[in-house]
Design a binder for this molecule. Structure first.
Ligand code: BEZ
Length: 240
């Protein structure tokens, strides 16, 4: 009987999983991921190819916002299946030649992984053959200080990401952890937040104490105020 060889299928990482480990060469030297980021949040993201326009606009935007992510204890790590010399040449071109939407002289200081073997991209489900066999899709993994994947976003090749949304998501994750709340649709720091649903005595007691602050739309849907200042005082510029 003819033997059918099945392609090797790596399971896609999921929210709540430990971030798959790898060592890689980057534009900032070798990295041991996620081990060396223990204690920090990290956004690992992929782009389809160096020297392409959407990716260039994304890198310029992300690099320009890197201080804002750092303020929330978050490091950035990029990846594409290009080689190191392509990465270096592309980042140099961005810095020396490209002026876009008021951004110029943009230096990408975060590491960009070379992954010509696609080993890392495959581990993270960044190669999605229905979209491309030869390029990573635009994937974004938010990984917490314990190395756990907390959010995953995927975009196709044609669609540049919204970096305000990435920052908003990072702040929402940290706010939920810090204040034991959830964040409603389109939430931004300073908007009301959702208090945990009833069901435990602890929650009920906390609700009684917090009643003045709360607004209930129905028994299952209560919110409370949480100011931007309160949030920032807890999670912004926090020492590791
Ligand atoms: C871009 O970044 O412009 C791009 C990359 C791959 C396919 C299509 C667009």
């Amino acid at each position: 009987m003819e033997q059918v060889i099945q392609p090797e299928i790596t399971p896609m990482p999921r929210i709540g999983d430990k971030a798959p480990e790898f060592k890689a060469v980057t534009t900032q030297g070798e990295i041991d991921f996620p081990k060396q980021y223990k204690g920090s949040w990290v956004i690992l993201f992929s782009h389809p190819a160096d020297f392409t326009p959407v990716c260039t606009s994304e890198f310029m935007t992300f690099a320009s916002m890197s201080k804002e992510f750092k303020d929330y204890n978050c490091e950035l790590v990029g990846l594409s299946v290009d080689g190191l010399y392509s990465h270096i040449a592309w980042l140099r071109t961005i810095k020396e030649k490209i002026e876009y939407k008021g951004m110029k002289d943009v230096e990408v200081k975060f590491p960009l992984i070379e992954d010509i073997t696609m080993e890392v991209a495959k581990k993270y489900g960044m190669i999605q053959p229905g979209e491309s066999n030869t390029k990573a899709v635009r994937a974004v993994f938010f990984i917490d200080p314990k190395g756990i994947i907390r959010t995953i976003l995927y975009y196709p090749l044609s669609c540049g990401r919204n970096f305000d949304e990435l920052l908003r998501t990072l702040i929402a994750l940290q706010t939920a952890d810090e204040f034991s709340i959830a964040t409603p649709a389109d939430w931004r720091p300073g908007d009301e937040v959702i208090v945990p649903t009833a069901g435990s005595c602890g929650v009920a007691k906390e609700r009684m104490e917090d009643k003045k602050n709360m607004k209930c739309y129905d028994w299952f849907f209560c919110t409370k105020k949480l100011t931007k200042t309160e949030i920032e005082s807890k999670i912004k510029n926090r020492k590791k």
